[in-house]
Design a protein around this ligand. Structure first.
Ligand SMILES: Nc1ncnc2c1ncn2[C@@H]1O[C@H](COP(=O)(O)OP(=O)(O)OP(=O)(O)O)[C@@H](O)[C@H]1O
Ligand SMILES: [Mg+2]
Length: 152
């Protein structure tokens, strides 16, 4: 499996509900490496660029207003097959389909307020990483954990 980087963001409701530690610990326990992390408030331009694929949909305006409504935690996770693994750990968009055991399955009741975003493809991961992070904010380091976890 190729080593991939994926973009993840705890949305304003996840920060407000104080689920940041709970969410990050799930990714660490899985064995994904944190390559970058920061708290920020997204401005409207950035929000519109991030969610450009949804422009024109009925929920677009409320999605933009929600995502700029408070601080978010943005981070990059790295590991073999990271993009699809993270999507699976996050769970489905519709709370009725989000499996128990996934982040949304365990914590989300509304489609609108679904606490976390993750990239859905190699293309969107690349685009979102460069939208949120400068090169010098991304760290290339080794984990000293031997053969038991991904360590490059
Ligand atoms: N039918 C809907 N009604 C209300 N909000 C929606 C609906 N569909 C999507 N959204 C909102 O728009 C976001 C982006 O939708 P998308 O289809 O990309 O889902 P996702 O990839 O699971 O979520 P995200 O891109 O935030 O990780 C969703 O996370 C949700 O907050
Ligand atoms: Mg999406």
């Amino acid at each position: 499996m190729d080593i991939e980087q994926t973009f993840v963001m705890i949305k304003p409701d996840g920060v407000q509900r104080m689920l940041t530690g709970e969410i990050i610990s799930r990714f660490e326990k899985k064995g994904l490496k944190i390559s970058a992390m920061k708290m920020l408030i997204i401005n409207k331009d950035m929000a519109e660029e991030h969610y450009s694929e949804h422009k024109g949909k009925p929920f677009y305006e409320s999605l933009i207003n929600f995502i700029i409504s408070g601080p978010v935690i943005a981070f990059i996770l790295e590991g073999p097959g990271a993009i699809s693994i993270v999507r699976k750990l996050v769970g489905a968009t519709d709370p009725a389909d989000a499996e128990p055991g996934s982040i949304r399955g365990d914590h989300v009741i509304f489609t609108t307020y679904n606490i976390i975003h993750s990239s859905d493809s190699t293309n969107s991961a690349g685009r979102e990483i460069s939208l949120f992070f400068k090169k010098e904010e991304i760290f290339n380091y080794s984990l000293k954990i031997g053969k038991y976890l991904f360590s490059s």
